[in-house]
Ligand binder design. Structure first.
Ligand SMILES: C[S@@+](CC[C@H](N)C(=O)[O-])C[C@H]1O[C@@H](n2cnc3c(N)ncnc32)[C@H](O)[C@@H]1O
Length: 277
């Protein structure tokens, strides 16, 4: 426990909306849990919340519901690093990069784009895996939740390939001691009394009717899970949905973070964490 850095616990690969800024609060909350308890990171995403809890409390059983397959991306980090090196050569080379390890160039020339697409397609063929989300983050602006697809690449590619190598050993350690599952929240059977981390998809970021309906059924499942299980709940403005539940049924403690920069839009936003741990 001595080497835990309470203030910082960042995922080793890009993941939009990860909760790395809450590492300190998660660490403190983890200290409140009795020995022998089980913690479920129900909407695990990058696994950063599960990782923080496990680092703070190695004695706990911590389950990361890896619905997005982030752990597969971690297991392929060696291949992703090899591809990063190749991409860097195409888009400018290590000596050419400035400013925090990366530089924005926009857009890539047609020739560079063709080389980049060729490299990605070759990596996919060679390894049967491509970390499309990392590639998307490194090569395009705008929406970063969609994976880069070499068969259907974005019209314009921009380069922000990190100059620093991926820390492979650190990345692999990201999985240590965590129980990794992958299932729809509606199929999870979570015993009453287990501890929950709930960071559901935000209703405010849902932009079509179909996914909106899906989100509301997820939120109903979340509401059912909250009964009888101590929880940490994250939210944005859509948390108003929970007003009644939070104020009348539970008495959570509130934590607010302002001025976080959105990975999607670059705009400032706030996040709230509620805890009954
Ligand atoms: C706000 S993000 C969680 C981010 C995560 N806490 C982190 O720090 O990286 C919500 C997550 O819920 C996942 N999700 C969406 N629908 C789901 C479902 N039906 N069951 C389980 N997880 C789901 C999304 O893929 C996304 O990773």
């Amino acid at each position: 426990m001595a080497n835990v850095n309470r203030g910082f616990c960042a995922p080793p690969l890009p993941f939009s909306g990860n909760k790395k800024f809450w590492a300190g609060e998660l660490y403190d909350e983890a200290m409140l849990i009795p020995p022998g308890a089980t913690v479920w990171d129900v909407f695990g995403g990058s696994g950063v919340c599960a990782r923080c809890i496990k680092d703070a409390r190695p004695d706990l059983r911590v389950i990361w519901n890896d619905f997005d397959g982030f752990s597969d991306r971690v297991r392929h980090v060696v291949e992703t690093e090899e591809l990063r090196r190749h991409l860097l050569r195409v888009v400018g080379g290590e000596g050419d990069m400035v400013g925090g390890g990366s530089r924005l160039r926009c857009p890539l020339s047609a020739e560079q784009s063709a080389s980049v697409q060729g490299l990605c397609a070759a990596a996919l063929k060679k390894y049967g895996f491509l970390d499309g989300l990392s590639i998307r983050r490194w090569l395009s602006l705008g929406v970063v939740k969609e994976a880069y697809n070499p068969d259907n690449p974005p019209a314009n590619l921009y380069a922000r390939v990190p100059r620093l190598p991926l820390r492979i050993a650190d990345a692999l350690r990201w999985l240590d001691g965590l129980e990794i599952i992958r299932d729809d929240v509606q199929n999870l059977v979570i015993p009453v009394g287990d501890y929950l981390i709930l960071d559901p998809p935000y209703a405010a970021s849902v932009c079509d009717e179909y996914r909106g309906r899906d989100t509301f059924s997820i939120l109903k499942t979340v509401r059912d899970l909250m009964a009888g299980r101590p929880f940490i709940l994250f939210g944005d403005a859509s948390i108003l949905f929970w007003y009644e539940v939070l104020t009348e049924k539970y008495s959570p403690r509130f934590f607010l973070k302002k001025d976080l920069i959105s990975g999607m839009s670059g705009k400032k936003r706030s996040e709230i964490m509620y805890s009954t741990w």
